[in-house]
Design a protein around this ligand. Structure first.
Ligand SMILES: CC/C=C\C/C=C\C/C=C\C/C=C\C=C\C(=O)SCCNC(=O)CCNC(=O)[C@H](O)C(C)(C)COP(=O)(O)OP(=O)(O)OC[C@H]1O[C@@H](n2cnc3c(N)ncnc32)[C@H](O)[C@@H]1OP(=O)(O)O
Ligand SMILES: Cc1cc2nc3c(=O)[nH]c(=O)nc-3n(C[C@H](O)[C@H](O)[C@H](O)COP(=O)(O)OP(=O)(O)OC[C@H]3O[C@@H](n4cnc5c(N)ncnc54)[C@H](O)[C@@H]3O)c2cc1C
Length: 710
């Protein structure tokens, strides 16, 4: 009804003849159309365009919300915080892509201050405050303050240091960031160049940036907001370099925010996408012999005495990387949030959008009914659930390992490193690609900022790089896999997520018993195929490395690193599948909830099998016929998911504010919203554009003159 040709033609005529006007003085036809839009919006506000979709769901959506959130309490708190944010005009975000960088940054400061005010006024708990910040949904210095600065002090500071610094950070009397990466080195932490040289005469460290490449570069919150940083630098005492250690360094005055003497700092410049991560002040920092007291070295893991003697506690030195491990596990949980947002938008819009299918003027086909749309979208829906559950498990593992470390049991450190690094890498890569796929699934409208997808992509995609480049992290997993394979011969039993490798005799020669499409619904069949594939890929790599006898092991690893990456991915996909299967085995209340999760688990596993069929066939784990049967079963599962798809994304329980997408609206009333949104663009503030008189009119007149001379 909004595609009426005659109105559009009228619009065009009057546009060309109208002088420049402000939006408040729109020509009558625009006002007419616009107010019709508003009336329409009002009239339709109570119409649920997706009601028919919701009616076909075969499960209890409220109970699925509980399964997704983890508990009834979690649903309730999240709901309250989401609504609190959505109803507060300060947290408005629909205009963000139209703000200049300066306006956007100021808006971020305003939102962060307002969020803090509400947290204090309402006496919110830590859980509530975290959720409130999540729903504000604008990257800013507070993410690094709470997400890295505070955890670094907690993890690497002594009791005394925590006692001194944490209360200041908790009350925002200081604002902190995490300054590790440098212009010349990010992935290679041991290659950092900043120095912290102990001066026994004054009992101070001298922090210095000896080269341009030693400039700190990237830390979020550093550019404009932070007063302090945990700075990673090479500790030098008694003339010896003891490698990288953390130091608390004040950067700016607490009176007027000016940089302290010897400190040069600023923002590193605009980043990918409009709005997006540009709300964050990623910064550059240089030190010119800046002095800090000795007790500002984070001394939980190692100390420097008053005399300058270096003392390392009897703990693994990798504990220095603890903050990164903590953040990597939280990034996995975040991947499911970002992915579920994109999928929610694409599923709802695909149910609203209709194309083709009618030869006689009857209703067209919902694009969600196209099998190709389903085969692109439903695996992403399943992945969102898979990442959610593996994220919960990883959080449990992290907590468990932390408790063991407290008790000086370091046996699970390697497991924590492999799982956090590998899961961070796989879930962020998949999520970034999936957001882009969701944009394409929404056709042309997905490319509009108002779809929410371009900004979501731009904000999310650096997750493949920060907290460890994904390739670098997967190579860490591969190294641990190779170590585990090499220990198998000596009879050492692998543990945790590597335990399956202990079944090496069986897994190296087993043949899948699948003989029908339905056989692929058996979790044991899936588990065995995934275990055999992962183990055989790892063993093949290990054999190839050792067969290159003329080479050092490190050189063999380097040569084989592309294959090693694939072996690491196979191992991590096995973990995700295993944790999903385990989740579905648990008691899950609610009508139909378990059945839906079972279907999604099978979709996830069989989709991965189909996508990586080459691996499964090349390692001889399954036959081509069994691969074809898996694909046949996948098609049947998509048909099972189809009537539940909208309800499955409703279970994420996202408000329209948090989704930030006209295409993903809960009520599905997409077209009036798209239409309305277009008029808000600053380019529509005047009907005749700025620049018309300088550039367009002379051009047109010149051409007219030329034509008239012919
Ligand atoms: C903001 C937070 C809030 C919420 C999160 C949500 C969203 C995030 C939002 C925004 C992002 C904002 C901030 C981003 C911040 C950053 O990016 S901070 C900088 C992050 N930098 C990196 O991740 C660097 C990556 N590099 C490394 O980690 C290391 O250099 C390395 C690649 C692991 C190599 O280490 P190393 O040089 O020491 O050498 P190796 O020989 O490879 O390893 C030696 C042994 O140590 C073991 N190891 C390595 N790492 C760990 C670890 N983390 N834990 C335990 N063990 C580890 C490794 O396995 C070797 O063991 P061995 O073989 O037995 O000897
Ligand atoms: C948005 C954003 C926020 C950030 N926030 C912070 C922060 O708050 N604090 C902070 O300290 N840092 C921060 N960083 C920095 C971030 O941690 C690093 O950029 C990241 O660790 C990657 O390091 P790099 O930039 O040195 O990449 P490089 O290592 O230079 O990567 C370049 C390429 O080389 C490849 N490569 C590198 N090493 C190897 C290898 N051994 N084998 C094979 N391939 C390799 C990589 O795969 C990649 O393709 C942030 C970065 C971004 C983008």
């Amino acid at each position: 009804m909004w595609r009426g040709g005659s109105n559009t033609r009228t619009c065009k005529r009057r546009f060309f003849s109208s002088p420049t006007r402000s939006r408040h003085h729109r020509p009558p036809y625009i006002c007419r159309l616009h107010s019709r839009g508003s009336q329409h919006l009002k009239a339709m506000a109570e119409v649920d365009h997706l009601a028919a979709e919701r009616a076909t769901a075969r499960f209890d959506v409220e109970e699925m919300k509980v399964a997704w959130a983890g508990s009834r309490h979690a649903v309730h708190v999240a709901d309250r915080m989401a609504r609190l944010v959505a109803s507060d005009p300060v947290f408005r975000k629909d205009n963000r892509t139209m703000l200049s960088r300066k306006e956007l940054f100021k808006d971020t400061l305003r939102k962060a201050a307002h969020a803090w005010k509400r947290i204090v006024e309402l006496r919110l708990t830590e859980e509530e405050a975290d959720l409130l910040r999540q729903y504000v949904d604008q990257p800013g210095y507070v993410d690094l303050h709470w997400g890295m600065f505070v955890p670094a002090i907690k993890g690497q500071g002594t009791e005394e240091q925590q006692h001194k610094w944490l209360p200041l950070a908790y009350k925002f009397q200081i604002i902190g960031c995490y300054a590790q990466t440098e212009l010349g080195h990010g992935s290679n932490v041991q290659g950092l160049e900043t120095t912290a040289t102990f001066d026994p005469k004054t009992d101070e460290f001298v922090i210095h940036s000896p080269t341009l490449t030693s400039s700190k570069w990237w830390p979020g919150g550093l550019g404009k907001a932070s007063t302090h940083a945990v700075v990673y630098a090479r500790l030098i005492t008694e003339g010896k370099d003891y490698g990288i250690h953390g130091f608390i360094v004040q950067l700016r005055s607490l009176e007027d925010h000016s940089p302290l003497p010897g400190v040069t700092l600023g923002d590193i410049g605009g980043k990918f996408g409009s709005g997006a991560y540009n709300s964050m002040d990623n910064g550059v920092l240089r030190f010119d012999h800046v002095r800090i007291p000795r007790d500002q070295m984070l001394m939980r893991l190692s100390q420097v005495t008053r005399e300058g003697k270096y003392v390392h506690s009897n703990v693994p030195k990798q504990l220095l990387y603890g903050t990164m491990v903590y953040v990597r596990q939280s990034i996995v949980a975040d991947a499911s949030k970002a992915l579920s947002r994109a999928v929610c938008i694409a599923v709802r819009y695909s149910a609203v959008r209709k194309q083709f299918g009618s030869q006689d003027g009857g209703p067209e086909t919902q694009v969600l009914n196209y099998k190709t749309q389903q085969s692109r979208l439903f695996p992403l829906l399943a992945s969102a659930y898979a990442f959610r559950f593996v994220g919960d498990w990883l959080n449990w593992l992290y907590t468990d390992v932390t408790q063991k470390l407290e008790a000086k049991d370091f046996s699970t450190l390697q497991e924590a490193h492999a799982c956090t690094a590998g899961l961070k890498a796989v879930t962020t890569s998949v999520t970034a690609d999936a957001i882009e796929e969701c944009r394409k699934l929404c056709g042309g409208h997905g490319y509009l900022n108002s779809s929410g997808l371009p900004e979501l992509f731009a904000v999310y995609v650096p997750a493949c790089t920060y907290e460890g480049d994904n390739v670098v992290l997967l190579l860490q997993v591969a190294r641990i896999l190779m170590k585990t394979v090499s220990q198998l011969a000596s009879g050492k039993q692998p543990v945790g997520t590597m335990a399956y490798m202990g079944k090496v005799q069986y897994l190296m020669q087993c043949k899948s018993a699948v003989s029908s499409a339905e056989d692929w619904l058996n979790p044991d069949a899936i588990q065995e195929a995934f275990e055999a594939r992962a183990l055989r890929m790892a063993v093949n790599c290990a054999q190839n490395i050792s067969q290159a006898a003329s080479q050092e092991e490190a050189a063999g690893f380097y040569e084989r690193s592309p294959d090693l990456l694939e072996a690491a991915v196979a191992h991590i996909q096995l973990i995700i599948v295993t944790k999903f299967i385990e989740k579905v085995h648990q008691e899950i209340p609610g009508h139909g909830v378990k059945e839906q999760l079972q279907a999604l688990c099978n979709v996830y596993a069989l989709y991965i099998l189909h996508k990586h069929l080459g691996d499964f066939l090349a390692t001889g784990c399954i036959t081509p016929r069994q691969g074809a049967l898996a694909n046949e079963q996948l098609g049947k599962l998509y048909a099972q998911v189809r009537p539940n798809a909208v309800a499955l994304v409703d279970a994420f329980n996202y408000t329209d504010h948090y989704l930030g997408s006209v295409l993903g609206r809960y009520d599905g009333d997409v077209y009036p919203a798209l239409y309305e949104e277009a008029w808000k663009d600053p380019l529509n503030e005047t009907v005749v554009p700025e620049g018309y008189h300088e550039y367009l009119r002379p051009l047109i007149k010149q051409q007219q003159l030329k034509l008239s001379r012919l």
